[in-house]
Design a protein around this ligand. Structure first.
Ligand SMILES: Cc1cc2nc3c(=O)[nH]c(=O)nc-3n(C[C@H](O)[C@H](O)[C@H](O)COP(=O)(O)OP(=O)(O)OC[C@H]3O[C@@H](n4cnc5c(N)ncnc54)[C@H](O)[C@@H]3O)c2cc1C
Length: 502
């Protein structure tokens, strides 16, 4: 059997490849950069462990823990210190702990009496029935109030998407919130009455899901999956073209480095060269939406005039059937704002705040430059040398995209200034490392359904071509693992059908 091609060795592609291989289906994983893991990047240096991309993995589905066990990583899994549950949101220029109970909510200084009243009123607010797609900002103001948007949701949105709440779609970026209103008429009623349904499905809400990492950081997971795949993973290999044939797909490959995220100590992009071709039974695209927009795809058969994404540029293929070219350029429109991760180590005595907890989120209205800070060394052990702590801050996103592009020394200065005010940080950092993600996280903005619809339409017309990953099934690491697991079943079904025909 010809192998299934998997484009992209981020966590989605590696998860899909790992499970296909376990089912006895041969795979080849093509990765444009010189390393596996995509945006996941952990660095152990000078006694610090720095995570530049994701810091924690939320166990929202049983499939996530299963992957950890199947990869043989259970003994290396690290659950956070129970003391690190506290999350802070900045208000009145200082971090205030988010309430963890209804009584805590009634007494917190994070919200005024008006916002507390809005929560008590929420179950009685009418649900929206006109079918108009809302932004998360419109939804929150409609069901709660402006203060919730400005002082809570804005910060949350920065923490998940580095995004703009006025642009992000309720339907696509926060589907579970939408479902609560649709199914229960209220967020609060949904939280209470939906608990049974969630339990039965095995799914866990993001705010309650256990979070974890590994002893040497999240990079362990893609590294282990890649090691299990062995030579099936081809690094420094960019897929530039897909051509459908009578019995599968031919991929055009170029050697050269086109990293998804600049690699630590090596952000050079070298030109692509050495075009070669490889034959495959099916293709799973697990790359990024912005690179998908550049991919050339030719299908067997006449162009379908109903469909906007087919061009009329017909070319004969290897079996001399008529080929139609897919126009994937709409995917290049998907916004991926830049984010810089700034990991700083400080001497414990140089930081006034106890920094016990997960970290702090910062709403725009508070006027700081950073989007938020994770108290990395409180969360997990061995992330800083004795007597030191590690703070991971993020700059940029839709809020201040231009700031993410500043040189490292300016980024460190901006972060230190905000941390001075917020956490009472006085000394100079004992450790510093910045990584820029020029295109970090896709924004599921209002209208995102167009792109999802296009993917579904292409899959239905281009038999054997599948899409999975952060640009389709949710941006969290957990979402991408579930996406990688789920695509395996669909590919397997396709192979059974095509092999049955042969
Ligand atoms: C700064 C940052 C912080 C984050 N923090 C968290 C967090 O704390 N918790 C959480 O749950 N999630 C977090 N996320 C999100 C999560 O990490 C990502 O959504 C997830 O890792 C994406 O995985 P992926 O495999 O879908 O894509 P990617 O990691 O982007 O991998 C795609 C791979 O495809 C390759 N590729 C693309 N095109 C081609 C081609 N044509 N040929 C060959 N290879 C190609 C790329 O080089 C890349 O390696 C964060 C993301 C970022 C950027």
């Amino acid at each position: 059997m010809k192998p299934v091609a998997i484009i992209g060795a981020g966590i989605t592609g590696l998860t899909a490849a790992f499970y296909l291989k376990r089912k006895g289906i041969p795979v080849t994983v093509y990765e444009a950069s010189g390393r596996v893991g995509g945006v996941i990047q952990s660095l152990r240096q000078d006694g610090y462990l720095a995570e530049f991309g994701p810091n924690t993995l939320l166990e929202t589905s049983p499939k996530i823990g299963q992957l950890v066990r199947d990869a043989g990583l259970q003994s290396r899994r690290l659950d956070p210190d129970p003391k690190a549950e506290a999350r802070y949101v900045v208000r009145y220029q200082r971090p205030i702990a988010m309430p963890g109970s209804p009584l805590g909510f009634l007494t917190t200084k994070l919200f005024t009496a008006g916002a507390k009243l809005a929560v008590l009123r929420e179950p009685f607010m009418p649900r929206r029935r006109d079918g108009v797609e809302e932004s998360i900002a419109q939804f929150v103001v409609r069901r709660l109030n402006q203060e919730f948007l400005d002082h809570a949701i804005d910060a949350l949105v920065a923490g998940i998407y580095a995004g703009d709440p006025h642009q992000l779609s309720l339907t696509h970026a926060f589907p579970k919130l939408k479902a609560l209103e649709d199914n229960y008429g209220s967020l609060i009623k949904g939280q209470i009455f939906g608990a049974g349904a969630r339990k039965r499905s095995g799914e866990v809400a993001k705010d309650r899901a256990p979070k974890f990492s590994f002893d040497e950081g999240l990079q362990i997971l893609p590294d282990t999956l890649a090691a299990r795949l062995g030579d099936a993973v081809k690094l420094n290999t960019t897929v530039t073209k897909l051509t459908q044939t009578a019995d599968g797909w031919v991929l055009t490959l170029s050697e050269g480095r086109v990293p998804r995220a600049p690699e630590i100590g090596d952000s050079q992009i070298s030109p692509l060269r050495n075009k070669t071709q490889a034959e495959h039974s099916a293709v799973i695209y697990c790359g990024t939406a912005f690179r998908l927009g550049e991919l050339q795809v030719s299908l067997i058969g006449a162009p379908n005039s109903d469909s906007a994404q087919f061009t009329t540029a017909d070319t004969p293929n290897r079996s001399s059937a008529l080929q139609s070219r897919l126009d994937l350029s709409p995917f290049s429109e998907i916004r991926y704002p830049p984010v810089a991760s700034v990991v700083l180590g400080f001497r414990r005595e140089d930081v006034a705040h106890p920094c016990e907890g997960f970290g702090m989120l910062i709403p725009k209205i508070e006027g700081f430059k950073i989007l938020g800070t994770i108290f990395s060394s409180s969360l997990f052990p061995n992330r800083a040398p004795a007597g030191h702590l590690t703070l991971t801050s993020y700059i940029g996103g839709e809020r201040y995209p231009e700031l993410a592009l500043l040189p490292a020394e300016k980024l460190v200065a901006l972060v230190c200034e905000d941390l001075r005010v917020l956490l009472g940080v006085t000394g100079k950092p004992a450790f510093q490392h910045c990584v820029l993600y020029p295109k970090a996280i896709p924004q599921y903005n209002v209208g995102y359904g167009r792109y999802r619809g296009l993917m579904t339409e292409i899959e239905s017309k281009a038999a054997g071509l599948f899409f999975a990953g952060h640009y389709r099934d949710g941006v969290s690491l957990g979402d991408t693992i579930v996406s990688g697991v789920n695509i395996v079943e669909r590919v397997e079904k396709h192979l059974k059908i095509t092999n049955g025909r042969e």
